[in-house]
Design a protein around this ligand. Sequence first.
Ligand code: C2E
Ligand code: CA
Ligand code: CA
Length: 803
Amino acid sequence: MLMPFAAKGGRVLRVYNCVVSEHDVRLVILAALICLVSSYSALRLFGRTRGEAGLSRLGWLFLTSLAAGVGTWATHFVAMLAFRPALPTAYEPALTLLSLFLAIGSMGLGFWAAASLGAALWRWVGGAVVGAGVGLMHYTGMEAFLVPGHLTWEGGYVIASLLLGVALTAIALGVTGKGRRLAIASTILTAAIAGLHFTGMAAVSITLDPAIFVPQRGMESGVLAIGVAAGALVILGVGTLSLLLDQRSRDAGEQRLRVLAEATIEGIVITENDVILDANKSFCDMIGLSREAACGMRFARDVLGPALQTHLERGSVDRLEGDLVRADGATVPVEIIARAFDRAAGVNRRVFAIRDLRQEKAAERRIRFLAEHDVLTGLANRATFNERLADALAHAFDQGTSVAVLCIDLDRFKEINDLFGHAAGDAVLVEAARRMRHALGPNDILARLGGDEFAIIQPGGLQPQGAVALAQRVMEAMRPDFEVAGHAVVIGASIGLSIGPEDGAEPDRLLANADTALYRAKSEGRSSFRCFEPEMDSELRERHALAAELRRAIAHNQLTLAYQPQYNIASSELVGFEALVRWHHPERGSIPPSVFVPIAEETGQILALGDWVLRKACRDAASWSRPVKIAVNLSPAQFQQPNLPEIVRGILQETGLPGSRLELEVTETVLIRDLPRAVSLLRRLKALGIRIAMDDFGTGYSSLATLQAFPFDKIKIDRSFVGQVETHPQAVAIVRAVLSLGRSLGMGVVAEGVETAGQAKFLAEEACDEAQGYLFSRPRPIEAFADVVGLPPSTSMLDRAAA
Ligand code: C2E
Ligand code: CA
Ligand code: CA
């Protein structure tokens, strides 16, 4: 019996009839659903191959083929279950299985080609291969279909079914993508599979053949149903699994991004149409709000300063610097990098990276400050001073006005520094800077040029009156005692000033002239000020000339020694001489040591000079038949030589003078510099049998403590006290105190500068040990004392004075 499915009418109608009249429509719908789900899964998985490589892509391709192959296969067989030809039907197991593997394999090949072979065309070609795979599966599956009869095929429908399947599948893979495109492609793929199937079914006719007995040869539909259900489960499983995997990797990606965003020091903000969607902790800290509070705010309007706002609204720039406005109203300097990452119609999503420039700006300010200022006092430094002075001078030229420069030197700073240490010295400088700052006018610039050297620029004003008034204010400010390490100390300041452009048209000249004036002020006594005068310049040159001539004088042995005798007051006996250096200049005549000794000290010639004096004094003394002692003055600079004891010992050996006849006079400044060092040096000198006298006692800072620290052999009371004992009761008190101090410490006391018999009498009454002064003798060449040093004295000098 012939059982044609054919109906009269059009081909499309025939397919329609095939579906509606020969099939159980409910199962057809189920098949379509399975097809849709598997198509969607397969294409979605296919989408995941994008951006993947190697094994990972192969893995996704395998899942894709599994979902597509199993899906198509299940669709086919559910559709076959829906097929009700009113005959016993069954399925050949091997072919059924083969059709499944063919589906997976051939479709896999197509997907691979579409995913891996680069060019866009390959997606369509690959799609066609997938479509062919659907056909292969369908017709192999039909081979497994057993009915009691023969199947015959109408070629046109078969070809149409294949063309339809191949074309639609190619389109599906061609258009597939994300979102809507995925949905459209899934629908097209479903249409491809279903179309192929039902067009293919429309091609089939069954010719009954009672000789063929169906159930014995194949599995029943019920068994197939189980297989199909399992297949559907596989698709669902694969689909769900991929979804889960996807979600997890997306979650992991988001997690990674969040960690990254939180780990960056930069603030990160994501906005949509300027509304903050998300922000990291750094940003929230920067503006002083919680994340919850920050989200929902308007970024440009609420957070950015006005300048940044307009920049950002213009939108063209993607890197800007400006200010953020914190919740508390304070501003934060920042650098912002903006990136638009999604600019769909009407939606403007941007991400901002925001760098906090506060530390950078603070460091910049600090560096600039350090470059321009003195760290200790916070005043302008020398470089800044020079710049400002150049500006002020240029301005004075332009305006026809003046600018004054004041050089200021703290009078007793070096002593304080030596005596109380650097920390105390620093404190004095800070306090001095503070006081001077108060004395300034509004336009004056105070700078510390180094050490205890300060300078002021006073621009404009009536000069020199303005500068003189300022100098007086500064000196006035420095007058009160400074508190140093618990002591009240007088510091005082000396000031030299010059007025530009008259005293100097260049900054260097003007400053140098103020310095010359300062030098003059200092040499005239402490706490005074001097205005620069052109003669000062020549005086300074004179000094330089004198220094050069002194060098020659030392080298050419033009110096001589004068000797001033010292007497025991009680016995009137000559006890020794003090050696005092003399310079008879061939043209200038006699130059006093108070002039050239300081020059020698300033120019470093004092070592050679001191060496000469010591050697000459020792040689002279060694030649005398009367072994009186000889006192030699030592400058502080000589004390800076660590090998001084060796030098002295060398000279003693060379001249043959016993150490016990030599007395070295030192001032307390040698102790102040570095007491432990000085004490050890003095001890080494004393070890040579030499005696040490403290010169000019009472004029400095000597305290009982310094005296006790080093047991001097002798104290020389300064002549300023001795000269006043007849007129000033205070001088009497001081001399008495020194005498009792000497007695209690076991040190002899010498009074210097004794000029009158009254003074000598007073000293005798007070039991002073020794005396020296014009009363007895001026310092004279040793020849004047030839008889004294050669023979015992015939008459007592004291008696002669009294006569
Ligand atoms: P000094 O060490 O205090 O020396 C004593 C000074 O007082 C000497 O001045 C001396 O001439 C002076 N004199 C002595 N008796 C009287 C007096 O009765 N009345 C007055 N008014 N003065 C008196 P001179 O020689 O001009 O020396 C001044 C200073 O120069 C010395 O003060 C000393 O510090 C320094 N000096 C002199 N010779 C040397 C030397 O060879 N080496 C070093 N380093 N310094 C020296
Ligand atoms: Ca002396
Ligand atoms: Ca003296």
